[in-house]
Design a protein around this ligand. Structure first.
Ligand code: SAH
Length: 574
């Protein structure tokens, strides 16, 4: 819950705008501000104070308990011009809250935590649990001091600045900061930080009615005796029949991880060192803990064989086994939209900043270079070379990195996603970020040409035989579907567009509206509305899409409109 506190009429009006925008998320605290702040501080995860920073600091000071427990606090000034992240920038979420508040109030977010201000990711924002001298090592990363990264394996981390260098134990400068990335319990020096990768999968088996404590204890003891950190546990794995076993669910909750389950038939097929008859009789597989850990562990090493719980004075009801799974690189396939920066989605921006390796066509890289974090490795190439780019992106991901493969519009539409995924196996994680494709960017400029069924057809016969393209154009013509042509015409390919329009004209009148949009959303963008008979193909090039209406499409007030359908319209009129 976000507590809202204000003192003046202007503050109250900004406060009400926020309360209206986020009804279920906010609670207004009325009355004297001192008391209101105190109550909100105790009851809410976050506060927005429509008060001066000085006044807020004085009210908060006696309430502060610690970085990990205090709520995040944002201050908004009297004129509603700034949303200042005052307290709990990372842990309390005040930095992102300041940005959200700013966007509702049309204010400017003010964020002063060093890592956010410089574009260097804070070590506590990498999405991995972290232990050790966080402040000292973050400081060293920011100051450009040498920091040694010692990792057991390559994990898909966001980019780290160039002063963070990979090296073995011997490259560590005495007294210099060290960033460890390991699931092992290791001694930490005063300038060491350890990040915990999600590398351990714990298989668990349990009798009905087992307690959460018994499951948790056997897991904790197994990890401790093997010298492994409980913070690196990624998930608990078990058999389907135990998916809702309360003791397992409770232990997973305490570990903060999900429970993954498999059918007994799958587990029965896994070769394990310690099969037994009891689970075979109960759930139909000779192994639950080891088999589930090995299955979820993606071919990783069995570090801890089956181990039984040891409750006092009772027979054991829980077993566990631990597998270290190999890291998987992360490939984000990111659509950049048609060109304008404000048509690039926030998610795409986040993925560009999340990647340590960026692969793309040089002209697209230029579009977003300013968004990249320091330390991002850019692999760019010129026109053509699609397959090579796709292969490079997948190879970098297989090496364990966080990679972004970029494309204009939507990266899955006549673009890089399919060649990349055709190369990829399940040894990498893939995340797709949709982008505004040219057909949609053009349609928004033209009016509403896609109001009913529509297709996109590429007229490039470089990779597709013309007969196939022609068959699809004919089918669209016969089915009276609105058509958007991508790759409509280039210097070497000039007869395809006239031919395609001719095929459509066999089923549509000469006055059918046709929209021609060049460089949609870019500074030199142009658009024209014409007809099938009047379109001059010479005005079309590779920066253009051509949208041809169906038999119901009309020009209305200079806009291209395809009706939703006569039935819908008459129902609406009733
Ligand atoms: N992945 C891209 C399409 C790549 S194919 C997307 O989803 O938009 C390249 C073709 O897309 C170009 O020949 C042109 O027909 C079209 N195109 C891409 N961007 C465009 C823009 N901003 N304006 C008009 N057409 C565009």
């Amino acid at each position: 819950m976000i507590g809202l506190i204000s003192a003046t009429a202007a503050g109250a009006s900004a406060r009400d705008r926020l309360a209206t925008a986020w009804p279920g998320r906010t609670r207004v605290y009325d009355g004297p501000v001192g008391r209101a702040v105190e109550r909100a501080f105790a009851e809410c995860e976050q506060l927005v104070c429509f008060l001066a920073t000085g006044a807020t600091v004085r009210l908060l000071a006696p309430l502060l308990a610690g970085k990990t427990t205090d709520p995040g606090v944002v201050c908004v000034d009297e004129a509603g011009r700034y949303a200042v992240s005052l307290l709990g920038g990372h842990g309390g979420g005040a930095n992102s809250l300041a940005s959200e508040v700013a966007s509702v109030l049309a204010a400017t977010p003010v964020i002063t935590t060093a890592t956010d201000a410089t574009g260097v990711p804070g070590l506590d924002t990498l999405g991995l649990p972290v232990e050790g001298a966080l402040a000292a090592v973050t400081r060293a990363v920011l100051d450009g001091a040498p920091v040694a990264l010692r990792a057991d394996a390559v994990w898909p981390l966001p980019p780290l600045p160039p002063n963070v260098t990979r090296g073995g134990a011997d490259t560590v400068t005495p007294g210099g900061a060290t960033l460890l990335l390991t699931d092992r319990v290791v001694p930490l020096g005063p300038t060491d930080v350890v990040l915990r990768p999600p590398s351990l999968v714990v298989g668990v088996g349990a009798g009905r009615g087992v307690s959460g404590d018994e499951v948790y204890d056997v897991v904790r003891d197994a990890l401790r005796d093997a010298g492994l950190s409980v913070l690196s546990v990624a998930e608990l794995a078990t058999v389907d029949a135990k998916a809702d076993e309360p003791g397992i669910v409770e232990a997973a909750g305490r570990l903060g991880v999900p429970v993954r389950t498999y059918p007994a038939g799958v587990l029965a097929g896994v070769a394990v060192p310690n099969p037994s008859d009891a689970p075979l009789a109960a759930v139909g597989t000779p192994s639950v803990a080891e088999a589930a850990a090995l299955t979820a562990g993606r071919g990783g090493e069995l570090l801890v064989q089956k181990r039984k719980s040891s409750p006092e004075g009772r027979p054991a009801m829980a077993t566990c086994a631990v597998v270290r799974r190999p890291p998987r690189g992360r490939l984000a396939v990111v659509g950049l939209g048609p060109g304008a920066r404000d048509l690039l989605t926030p998610r795409a921006t986040a993925e560009l900043r999340r990647a340590s390796v960026l692969v793309g066509l040089d002209q697209y890289v230029d579009q977003i270079r300013d968004l990249l974090r320091p330390g991002t490795r850019v692999i760019e190439s010129g026109l053509g070379h699609e397959e090579e780019r796709a292969r490079t992106a997948v190879a970098e991901t297989r090496a364990g990195h966080a990679v972004a493969l970029i494309g204009s519009g939507d990266a899955g539409v006549y673009a890089m996603a399919s060649p990349a995924l055709a190369e990829a196996a399940d040894d990498i994680e893939v995340v797709g970020v949709p982008g505004v494709t040219a057909a949609l960017a053009a349609a928004a400029i033209l009016g509403a040409p896609l109001g009913h069924d529509h297709v996109s057809i590429s007229l490039s016969d470089l990779h597709t035989p013309w007969e196939v393209i022609e068959r699809r154009v004919r089918a669209a013509a016969e089915a009276d579907i609105v058509v958007t042509f991508y790759n409509p015409r280039s210097r070497g390919r000039d007869w395809q567009l006239p031919k395609a329009l001719e095929l459509l004209a066999e089923h549509r009148t000469a006055t059918t509206p046709v929209g021609v949009v060049r460089n949609a959303s870019r500074p030199d963008g142009t658009s024209r509305l014409t007809t099938l008979a009047r379109l001059d193909p010479a005005t079309v090039d590779m920066m253009t899409v051509v949208t041809v209406g169906n038999t119901a499409t009309r020009e209305i007030a200079g806009r291209m409109v395809t009706p939703r359908g006569y039935r819908w319209q008459s129902e609406g009129a009733r």
